[in-house]
Design a protein around this ligand. Structure first.
Ligand code: AMP
Ligand code: MG
Length: 308
């Protein structure tokens, strides 16, 4: 099953979030049923990130959006656990600071996008500027309504410059949100997350769903697709996100760069003992003799120079 195909919003489609089952679990019974598969995807993600870092050609931007309690933090924890911190980062976007508000809304976003070889996860993003901003009339409709096109242009420019973009909306339903808020009350390590605003924002649930519907429908393109991930079950959410990331990264057809030095020469010059011990020296010498003449002459020349 390709979740990338199943959950991707096709360009130009108007979605209906109310009709997408947040409790979908892909035919699996429970967490145990996916644990081996999840482990494989994690392992593959580790390999692909190492490859991306070494190749230093592509970058990956992962955008995460969800209602409060939707599981952004948990997803980041799960996905990032597979990655080498050297080469990836997470950026959270909160209520804009005075300095950020003094600039255009993409200013704070653009400077945090990943450079070549890097992966960046956005925990909230420029989409807040057509979500919370729209729901609470923080700017006029005349302003926010232009932002869909502006966001599309911005993302297109990133994609044209070698950034692969994947955007996940972690879709939970209203009952699941309340359950998660309630669970936090009983879990000492989650209590710090509880805020009044979570409950007051919940009253705007329908407005948020409308704002999400429009953003996801207007801003999903092949160069920057939105995926609606059924996220009531955390294990299914992690499975779907991991699989989509693996498929996306594999699609880049990345390759480790060719060595920039003559490996054989390096081995013989600096690792002669090791080579001899392991009986490699003779084999390598033979291999060297089989190399084209040009290369041999070059090496002999180098050796003579060293003797002087
Ligand atoms: P959290 O992610 O739970 O730490 O909360 C961050 C808060 O910042 C959320 O309530 C967001 O709605 C809010 N936020 C993020 N971006 C913006 C924005 N551009 N304008 C207004 N509020 C924002
Ligand atoms: Mg929150």
């Amino acid at each position: 099953m390709s979740y990338a195909k199943e959950f991707r919003i096709k360009p130009g489609t108007k979605i209906n979030l109310g009709k997408i089952d947040a409790g979908y679990q892909g035919g699996y019974d429970n967490e145990e049923a996916v644990s081996a598969e999840l482990g494989n995807y994690s392992q593959r993600l580790t390999e692909l990130q190492a490859l991306m870092y070494a190749e230093n050609k592509h970058s990956l931007l992962i955008v995460l959006q969800a209602m409060d309690g939707g599981g952004k933090d948990g997803t980041i924890h799960h996905v990032m656990a597979a990655m080498n911190p050297q080469g990836c980062s997470v950026v959270g976007f909160k209520v804009p600071t005075a300095e950020e508000l003094a600039h255009d809304y993409l200013w704070r976003i653009h400077k945090m996008t990943p450079g070549k070889g890097h992966i960046t996860v956005f925990n909230r993003s420029h989409y807040e500027d057509v979500l919370v901003v729209r729901v609470h009339n923080l700017v006029s409709e005349e302003i926010w309504s232009k932002r869909y096109n502006e966001i599309n242009e911005f993302e297109r420019e990133l994609a044209n410059s070698g950034t692969t973009i994947v955007k996940f909306f972690l879709h939970i339903d209203k009952e699941e949100q309340l359950k998660r808020f309630r669970d936090r009350l009983d879990e000492p390590d989650k209590q710090w997350k509880i805020s009044d605003s979570d409950y007051t924002e919940r009253e705007y649930w329908d407005e948020y769903q409308r704002a999400y519907t429009e953003a996801l429908s207007k801003c999903s393109f092949n160069y920057a697709p939105w995926y609606v991930i059924p996220a009531n079950h955390k294990w299914f959410r992690d499975l779907a996100v991991s699989q989509i990331l693996v498929e996306t990264l594999e699609g880049l057809k990345m390759k480790y760069p060719e060595p920039t030095v003559d490996l054989l020469a390096i081995k013989q010059r600096y690792h002669a003992e090791v080579a001899e011990e392991s009986g490699l020296a003779a084999v390598e010498l033979m291999a060297e003799n089989e190399q084209p003449k040009e290369k041999k002459v070059k090496k002999k020349g180098k050796k003579k120079k060293k003797k002087k």
